[in-house]
Every structure is written in C-alpha cells, then in structure tokens.
Design a binder for this molecule. Structure first.
Ligand SMILES: Nc1ncnc2c1ncn2[C@@H]1O[C@H](COP(=O)(O)OP(=O)(O)OP(=O)(O)O)[C@@H](O)[C@H]1O
Ligand SMILES: [Mg+2]
Length: 356
C-alpha cells in the first residue's frame, strides 16, 4: 500500500446519466420529448494528497472538481476506480473514512438555517462524537478565529452569505479531521476574511500535518496557497504539478513593449525565436506583447530585431518590461487550447502507482 498519500484517487472515472424531458437537440434544433445524455465528470483521474500538503484543484465550470470532492467524501460513487483516505477504501470503510474528513461543499447547504452558529456547531459536533467541555471550547475557538463570535447567537438565516460560508468552514473543522476538503472556500468572502481563511488553512496544514484539498476559481488564491495544483478540464486531469513547476510550464518569456501608437503585430511573427505576438491596450497606450524562446542567444537576437523593426518604423518606445508568468495565464493556455499540441503535463512523480 502506498502510505505516502493521505488521499488517493486511483484511475477514477465518473459518468453521470442524465434524462432530459422536452429537450431541444443542439445539432438539429428540433424538440424531442425525451432523451438520455451521458456526462463524463472524471476520466481516469489519478492523484494523491500528502499529509501536510495543500493540493489545489482548478478547472472551468463543469470540469469535475466538485464531483472529485464528493467522491473522496463518499457522497458520490465513482463509476470505476478506487478512492482511499488514509489507506482506507472510501466505499468499503465508509464510517471510518467519514470520521477522518471534514468537507465544505460549494454553497452553504451543510448549515442549518433556523439554528444559530453555536447551535450548529453543537449539533454537528455531537453528530461527530465531540461532547461536553471539548466541544464548547472548540466551538468558541473556531467562531473567534473566523470572526463570527459576535454572531454566534444569531439565527443563520439572518447571516450574510460570507458569514454562512465561514460557519460552514467551522462545521467542517469541529471534529478536528485530518483530511479537509474545501470546495470553493473563499467564494463570496471579503478580502480580510479570504486572507484570514488562507492563513488558517496554511497554519492547520503545516502545524498539524493535515491534508488539504481546495478547489477554487480564484487563481490568486491558488497561486498563493497551494503547494501542488491539479488542473481538470472536461473530467480529465490535464496538469498536476507543484505550483512553481506549473508556473514554469510555458517556458517562453513574455516581453511588453509600450509604444506611442498601435503597431501591426503580424510583422513581428516572422522574426526567428518569436512564438506569439499580441496587442494589449490600456489607459497608458498600446502595448506589444511578444513571447520569445527561452534559449538565451535566440531570445537576445529576437529582442534586438524587434527593437530595430520598431525603430525603423519610427515608433516611440516608451518602455520594455518582462511579464511575470501567472497561474491565470497558464490556466488559460491549458484550458482554452483547442490544439492537440498541448499535451497533458502530469509529472511522473505526481502520478500514482497502480495498486497491486
Ligand atoms: N448529479 C448529477 N447528475 C448529472 N450530472 C451531474 C451531476 N453532478 C454533476 N454533473 C455534471 O458533471 C459535470 C461536472 O460537474 P461538477 O459539479 O463536478 O463541476 P465543477 O468543476 O465543480 O464545476 P463548477 O466550477 O461550476 O463548480 C458537469 O457537466 C455537471 O453537469
Ligand atoms: Mg463545483
């Protein structure tokens, strides 16, 4: 057994069968009374999360992130493949697995609205076998940390969306689980709360060796928080690398040439070493954005040529700068690409060995 991972998804496939009544066929535009459709929410998904690690799962809407979270927590059964939490098979050892995990699903459906935050924590704490003084202390500590202490006796239905989200996180943490699954934990939170929650996630993971899975649409949160990132698109894990490795995936360098007037981008494409050219316009005027090869001599020659072309055409070169690669850029290039040339970039060490 691979004891390195606290959570293991092993060649997971998930197919949903949906039924549509009064369905309009997208291809023919004709109305049909009844049709069945299959959706592939996970296609041979294979990754693991180590203790003390924050793993980020990113992907466009409908990519399969929530489905993965639900399969790890046993709410949804994979069509094929195995999920293990601390070496326990999620379907076969359901109760033992549930004791080890805390989940916040997207939205705040886990929170009971007619009760107050304190009552919610008492209720869920009791369900998880936490009682008496320990429960009381932990509930107050969590509410204090997350900034809900002044609302602990107010009915949940009178709380804001962000406050309910904070409570949902407290509920997931009440039983002190070793594996924590957070589906979009910072959505709808203000800047301070999002920052505080990221800090708490980091602190818990490092200090108590928790295993953390975070799904998010916020690239800044992912880049700031996650040690390793998996990008899922149409059910397939198309990237799984450490955050610095992922930022280095498109190893070209992007330069910005700020000019006085709009240039013709296609002119620069014929220069050797230039990989792509785009035009950006903001309040400070037009910017020519050029991606060049990583190799130093080719890059240097390409930059000289771009500048001499600009000088020959009489452009005023206001500034030149190198653009930092961001996770957002990598994410967009990976998920927006329709060209088959973008290969999956799952590192060998991030792949799980098939169990024997
Ligand atoms: N219970 C279900 N029945 C049928 N199809 C489902 C069900 N749950 C999810 N799906 C489909 O599976 C796919 C993946 O859904 P999932 O909720 O996992 O995506 P997601 O990555 O979490 O998206 P989002 O970013 O919008 O939250 C979608 O196409 C969705 O329509
Ligand atoms: Mg989701």
């Amino acid at each position: 057994m691979n004891t390195e991972y606290a959570v293991e998804l092993e060649h997971i496939n998930k197919v949903y069968h949906t039924r549509h009544f009064f369905y309009r066929d997208e291809e023919t535009g004709r109305r049909r009374w009844y049709t069945k459709k299959t959706v592939h929410a996970a296609v041979d998904v294979n990754f693991g999360i180590r203790p003390g690690e924050i793993f980020g799962l990113l992907g466009p809407n409908g990519a399969g992130k929530t489905s993965c979270v639900k399969m790890i927590s046993g709410l949804v059964r994979p069509t094929s493949g195995n999920v293990y939490v601390e070496g326990l098979h999620v379907e076969k050892k359901r109760l033992q697995v549930l004791r080890r995990i805390g989940v916040v699903l997207e939205g705040t459906r886990t929170v009971i609205w007619p009760l107050t935050p304190l009552e919610n924590l008492n209720y869920f704490g009791n369900l998880r076998g936490i009682r008496g003084k320990v429960l009381k202390e932990r509930a107050r500590q969590l509410l204090d940390f997350i900034g809900l202490k002044d609302k602990m006796n107010v009915q949940v239905r009178r709380l804001s969306r962000g406050q309910r989200q904070k409570l949902a996180i407290c509920i997931a943490l009440i039983a002190d689980p070793s594996v924590i699954l957070l589906d979009e934990p910072t959505t709808g939170l203000d800047v301070q709360s999002s920052h505080a929650i990221r800090e708490k996630i980091r602190e818990m993971t490092r200090a108590f060796n928790k295993s953390m899975l975070v799904t998010t649409h916020d690239m800044f949160v992912a880049q700031d928080l996650c040690d390793r990132i998996g990008i899922i698109d149409k059910g397939k894990l198309i990237a799984c690398k450490t955050t610095p490795e992922l930022l280095d995936v498109f190893s070209d360098k992007t330069f910005e040439f700020r000019l006085d007037r709009i240039p013709e981008p296609s002119k620069f494409l014929s220069i050797q070493g230039v990989q792509s050219v785009a035009l950006d316009e903001n309040g400070e005027g037009p910017v020519l954005v050029v991606s060049v090869e990583q190799e130093e001599t080719i890059r240097s020659a390409a930059l000289y040529e771009i500048i001499s072309l600009l000088r020959d055409d009489g452009y005023l070169l206001k500034s030149v700068s190198m653009r930092q690669q961001t996770l957002e850029n990598v994410f967009l290039r990976l998920t927006e690409s329709t060209t088959p040339s973008v290969k999956p970039i799952v590192s060998a060490e991030n792949q799980l060995e098939r169990r024997v």
